[in-house]
Design a protein around this ligand. Structure first.
Ligand code: ADP
Ligand code: MG
Length: 362
């Protein structure tokens, strides 16, 4: 099993020099608002690809009036102990982050590091998943895909780059059609790959939820997730896609972007075909959200042979008896390392006795 044994934060956000030790099971970070709980979850998330759970700019991680942050963690990987380090540094007038594994930052080593663990993240705004914008739901599902396959963001970025490139060409007065044709072919191929990954992801959540429902006698209604997209259906293929993009050239020239594609998709969540999840009460929506995390954990652990690390920020609102049991199941069923935050220790009294409570004070 892989897990973070500790963390040390130096000139990071509100912390001057702050250390914490963790257990390989459930860790609860509690403390008053502004004590730095979310900052600590974010610090953990910086030990992998990207700009962390809040997708902030690297310069904002540096404590005010300091030059650079530098964070350390001892990471346990089966019998090995790995020293992780991440810091900010200046490169060509930009502030970037750099990760080291046992003081080695070569591409090969860092790619290896990326393969060691992934995160499954719950943020306070996740609470409003079913009421938020389509792009919020797209990013949510994409985050689940990323927790299984960390190369997925490369696909998304390539797709976005090609869409931007196409917009630029469309706005030139004079361009080579073959150039545009080639781009649209690329976009179609990448777009189809994204649709495929998302279809597999929602299929996996649904099937693992059904499985859990049966095995654990959870007695929840069947959850149905559909991709809501004017273009996407099971019959689409590359030729249709290319043809459709070509058709929209004139419109896309005026409106920018592209009229069709996975960047326009939304998802519909239903219970048993006839109840929209968005119309349930806030607490009932929280139940569905917890079920999504339960299903995704089951999928990653039992089908993909992965052990995600769960970062759950302000997870305790709307916890009735049902939701508490679900959260308890997530913490106990998979033997995963979990980090939860909340303002009050008492909110977590339902957790098992081997929980590690950290009072965050700085
Ligand atoms: N770069 C920074 N330098 C100093 N303080 C910061 C920086 N970035 C954020 N903070 C402060 O960190 C504090 C804690 O933030 P946060 O982790 O979100 O608190 P919470 O415990 O409520 O989750 C905030 O008061 C914020 O002002
Ligand atoms: Mg917070």
């Amino acid at each position: 099993m892989s897990y973070f044994r500790d963390i040390r934060l130096i000139n990071y956000r509100n912390f001057k020099d702050y250390s914490l030790e963790f257990t390989k099971n459930c860790n609860v970070l509690f403390g008053t608002n502004g004590s730095g709980k979310t900052n600590i979850l974010e610090a953990l998330s910086l030990f992998t690809k990207g700009r962390g759970i809040r997708k902030d700019q690297i310069k904002n991680f540096i404590k005010k009036n300091e030059n650079n942050f530098i964070n350390f963690s001892n990471f346990k990987q089966f019998d090995d102990s790995i020293e992780l380090k991440v810091n900010s540094e200046k490169k060509n007038n930009k502030i970037i982050k750099k990760i080291f594994l046992n003081n080695d930052s070569s591409k090969k080593t860092i790619d290896h590091l990326y393969s060691l663990f992934s995160f499954l993240v719950f943020l306070p705004e996740t609470e409003r998943l079913f009421l938020s914008s389509p792009s919020f739901r797209r990013n949510f599902i994409d985050g689940f895909i990323f927790s299984k396959d960390n190369a997925y963001n490369i696909l998304i970025n390539k797709y976005k780059k090609n869409i931007i490139e196409r917009s630029k060409i469309l706005n030139l007065n004079d361009y080579e059609t073959s150039w545009l044709d080639k781009l649209e072919e690329n976009i179609s191929n990448l777009g189809l790959e994204i649709y495929k990954a998302r279809k597999l992801q929602i299929f996996s959540i649904q099937s693992h939820l059904s499985l859990l429902n049966e095995q654990q006698k959870l007695s929840f209604n069947k959850l149905i997730i559909k991709i809501n997209d004017r273009f996407f259906n099971d019959g689409i293929n590359i030729e249709l896609y290319i043809k459709e993009l070509k058709k929209y050239r004139e419109i896309d020239k005026i409106t920018g972007g592209a009229h069709i594609g996975p960047h326009k998709s939304d998802y519909i969540f239903q219970l048993d075909e006839n109840i929209l999840v968005s119309q349930l009460s806030t607490g009932q929506q929280k139940t569905i959200i917890l079920l999504l995390y339960l299903a995704q954990s089951n999928y990653l652990v039992n089908e993909c042979n992965l052990k995600p690390i769960l970062l759950m920020d302000e997870i305790c609102s709307h916890l009735d008896d049902i939701n508490r049991k679900l959260l308890l199941k997530i913490t106990e069923h998979f033997d995963l390392q979990i980090f939860m935050t909340g303002t009050d220790k008492n909110l977590f009294s339902f957790l098992s006795t081997n929980t590690n409570f950290c009072n965050i004070t700085e």
